[in-house]
Design a protein around this ligand. Structure first.
Ligand SMILES: *Cc1c(COP(=O)(O)O)cnc(C)c1O
Length: 397
């Protein structure tokens, strides 16, 4: 019991952490470099419209993802919408429900019906074994999501797409800097989409990009993100405004300079969580494949309530009380959000693994603002609560 004496302080009347620890706190590179770039761009008065910083950012992203074309955009959702439209998705598209809502909304926004497919509980990814059963005469494509930066089953999805003449694109919002079978993510399907939102591994405040190796598709997407302009007064395609601004690219370029540091810190944090939560019954930490490149941006726990003395949601509450602002991604699943839950109220029956996962998953704070000591304390608290139950706090006080 001695070990627990140390932990008395953990459950004082005030939160363990005086400043909240957030999931998805932005990684920011060298401030001086950023401010210098902003000064230059103000001097140049080139604030947007394919400026030099956006061009430089696109070149770097393409090089890092080892892909031919990168078209930077104002955010990942618009990038998804444009990619979907450019490859000709229509009717129905098969997507996982266990993803950020934007994957589904980007389809529905264009009156394409997302058909939710269940996930593999091991990987959290769309389960290729279930995809074929969901294909109908209206199906035009499949969207795989590389959740948590681990690649989904690209090989199996590619085979299914080829066999049924379906378009395949990937939501790679989590997966910048990650690889699949040794090849960088960005090279698969017709196109892949990154997000550079503030909470993502690399950020441009708000931003995203479509990457592809297809020259014609790249040309089309470039037109579509700029109203279809081919030159002054010359509109040759329908389009929208998906442009990335120069200040966003300035942030992105600055982040890129610190990318290796972001990875190193994330990896260090991941290892600290691994050792801090090792052999804790009912709690498993999602592992990253050591044979692949990764960004280690997400610390994902699964809580097995049949083993732990707390429910996942009780644990969330207790951690919040200590200012550890853990999050239940992607609870409750897209299919349980509007408009999908009204359109298809019984979809959950087809998604048992998604429903189960949405009840189990919990994300913990990481990134460059979280230190090893903080992680050790977080792990101590989790261990105590999971092993002793939710009343532990009252008992100790
Ligand atoms: C963040 C995210 C998006 C949307 O990207 P934004 O840049 O925020 O528009 C799409 N899909 C997934 C899986 C995401 O996590």
């Amino acid at each position: 019991m001695n070990g627990h004496l140390d932990n008395l302080a953990v459950f004082g009347a005030t939160p363990k952490f005086s400043t909240p620890l957030h999931v998805g706190r932005p990684n920011i590179g060298d401030r001086e470099y950023l401010l210098a770039r902003i000064n230059d761009l103000l001097d140049s008065r080139w604030l947007t419209n394919n400026g030099p910083l956006v061009q430089e950012f696109e070149a770097h992203v393409a090089a890092l993802a080892d892909v031919k074309h990168c078209i930077a955009m104002c955010n990942g959702t618009i990038a998804l919408e444009i990619a979907m439209r450019a490859v000709g998705l229509a009717g129905e598209v098969i997507v996982p429900s266990f993803t950020f809502i934007a994957t589904a909304h980007a389809l529905q926004w264009q009156e394409i019906t997302p058909v939710f497919c269940d996930v593999d509980p091991q990987t959290h990814h769309i389960d290729p074994r279930r995809v074929e059963g969901m294909i109908t005469p209206r199906t035009s494509g499949i969207i795989g999501v590389h959740l948590w930066g681990r690649a989904c089953d690209v090989e199996a999805l590619t085979k299914i797409a080829q066999k049924h003449h379906l378009k395949l694109i990937f939501d790679a919002a989590h997966a910048f800097g990650c690889s699949y079978q040794g090849r960088m993510i960005g090279n698969f399907g017709e196109a892949e989409v990154f997000s550079f939102h503030a909470t993502k591994f690399l950020n441009t405040f708000e931003g995203g990009a479509v990457v592809t190796n297809n020259d014609n598709l790249a040309k089309k997407i470039r037109l579509m993100k700029n109203f279809g302009f081919a030159g002054y007064d010359d509109v040759i395609h329908i389009g929208t405004n998906g442009k990335m601004s120069e200040i966003a690219a300035a942030m992105g370029l600055t982040g890129l300079e610190s990318l290796n540091e972001f990875i190193a810190v994330n990896q260090r944090n991941y290892q600290a969580y691994r050792s801090g939560l090792k052999d804790l019954p009912g709690v498993s930490l999602l592992t990253y494949y050591e044979s692949e490149q990764g960004n280690y941006q997400y610390i994902v726990l699964e809580i097995d309530e049949t083993v732990t003395l707390v429910t996942r949601d009780q644990l969330v509450k207790i951690l919040w009380a200590e200012n550890i602002l853990t999050r239940r991604y992607f609870y409750p699943g897209c299919h349980r959000m509007e408009p999908y839950r009204s359109y298809f109220p019984h979809t959950g029956l087809l998604l048992p693994e998604t429903e189960r996962l949405a009840q189990r998953v919990l994300l913990l704070p990481t990134g460059t603002t979280v230190g090893i000591d903080e992680i050790q304390t977080i792990c101590q608290i989790i261990r105590l609560v999971v092993e002793q139950g939710p009343e532990i706090k009252q008992r100790l006080l």
